[in-house]
Write a protein that binds this ligand. Structure first.
Ligand code: FDA
Length: 394
């Protein structure tokens, strides 16, 4: 079998790349070892795929080479993807500013991509293991469950390591190393935190409670909700900060973002001296949370009315509410992480064509590269943009 382009991975980036190469007149084959195309798209965004973010720019991505993503993101913008799904009649909603989700189901995105593949004449072979990829002069050869396949260009779109049950493997990293590319250390990103015994039990008691917070590690801060779970902390704010968190780091969580708790408590003492601290907390937090907070931090004097609270005690509460310091014991890891931090170093990859510099017949796109977006639709936009740039230049 001979193809102009063989794409390894029928995920977001691989399908998008295949469509572009197909429309450019290339004979294109997409291979995947999974039994279905676009499994991560299907389960993303709680089944409704947050397929882009209208505010996409390089500042929402992590990479050792922060400029690498700029060119592709500028050339294929969120409006281009919106225009594509509009043509396929996919309905969508802006759930949070800039974050576009399917109105009904992620299936609409996979159907769009598979329909485009069909129109572009792309062949897709699922359930196909690939054992080797080799260079043959100016071309490539793949050893697969279907036999030997010759390709003018091989595009590696195998994604990251998160959620192995959805088909994730490190095959893309192995190929990168085989051809002399550096692979930067990988770790789970956009992943819930786990807590140790005392805090784990406290979080479990509050499982299901969500509160707006601002969470920081070092200079990085995200103001988005925190969700308590049976294992620890999740919700958008925790997922976001997990991408910069390293084992051993302390999280600083502002439970009252935008309010100086110590000052507000002093004002309350002046204006409502007979009020209890528990009442003040109850005005700001869900009831279960207000009660738990008292349990976590209480001293006997907290039982007294505000008029009898010392400045020191109010300062202590201010600190606990605006700067709750917590050391997670870890994260839930690859089992639930949405993305992979790190990956194939971009230094030896062209940001225009995604070919390996000096070896145009081998290319890497999507999440397998050391480019990882924040939460909010940025990761799919990267998959689309890198897929288009590569596919159009194959
Ligand atoms: P992707 O992972 O999509 O595809 C890789 C493909 O390669 C898979 O089909 C896999 O089977 C195949 N493959 C792997 N190894 C192989 C091998 N050895 N041989 C053959 N095939 C192989 N992002 C976002 O922007 N908005 C969102 O709402 C979400 N939500 C979300 C939820 C969950 C639960 C997860 C896990 C992830 C998200 N994401 C997200 C992230 C997003 O899904 C991710 O960044 C993109 O799918 C990456 O696209 P790729 O095409 O690079 O990899």
């Amino acid at each position: 079998m001979v193809y102009d382009v063989v794409v390894i991975g029928a995920g977001a980036a691989g399908l998008m790349c295949a469509v572009q190469a197909g429309y450019a007149g290339k004979r294109v084959l997409v291979l995947d070892h999974a039994n279905k195309a676009g499994k991560k798209i299907l389960m993303s965004g709680g089944g409704r795929c947050n397929f882009t973010n209208l505010d996409t720019s390089a500042q929402h991505f992590y990479s050792a080479n922060p400029h690498f993503c700029i060119s592709a993101l500028k050339r294929y913008r969120p409006e281009h993807f919106v225009e594509l799904i509009d043509r396929h009649g996919v309905e969508y909603v802006e759930k949070a500013p800039g974050q576009l989700f399917c109105a009904h189901s992620s299936k609409a995105i996979v159907t769009t991509l598979l329909t485009e593949c069909e129109w572009a004449g792309v062949e897709i072979k699922l359930n196909t293991a690939i054992s080797r990829v080799e260079r043959r002069g100016d071309a490539m050869q793949l050893m697969t469950a279907l036999g030997k396949i010759d390709a003018g260009v091989v595009v590696v779109a195998t994604g990251g390591l998160s959620i192995p049950t959805l088909g994730a493997t490190g095959f893309g990293y192995e190929l990168a190393r085989q051809f002399g590319l550096e692979v930067l250390p990988t770790r789970p990103g956009l992943v819930p935190f786990t807590l140790s015994d005392a805090w784990k039990a406290r979080a479990a008691e509050l499982a299901g409670v969500s509160v707006p917070v601002a969470a920081s590690v070092g200079d990085t801060r995200f103001a988005e909700p925190l969700l308590f779970t049976h294992r620890g902390l999740s919700g958008p704010g925790m997922l976001q900060i997990s991408s910069v968190w390293q084992p051993g780091d302390e999280l600083i969580i502002d439970l009252l973002p935008g309010e100086d708790a110590e000052r507000a408590l002093r004002e309350a003492r002046q204006q409502h001296p007979k009020r209890q601290l528990s009442t003040w907390l109850g005005e700001r937090f869900p009831k279960r949370m207000a009660q738990s907070l008292l349990g976590w931090h209480a001293l006997p004097e907290d039982e007294r009315v505000l008029a009898e609270q010392t400045n020191d005690n109010l300062a202590r509460w201010g600190e606990q509410l605006n700067r709750w310091r917590l050391k997670p014991s870890g994260t839930e890891g690859w089992r639930t992480a949405e993305v992979t931090m790190g990956g194939v170093a971009t230094d030896d990859i062209s940001s225009k064509t995604f070919e390996v510099k000096g070896m145009a017949q081998l290319r890497f796109i999507g999440e397998v590269l050391d480019v990882t977006g924040q939460l909010g639709g940025y990761n799919f936009q990267w998959a689309w943009a890198s897929g288009v740039a590569c596919g159009q230049s194959c």
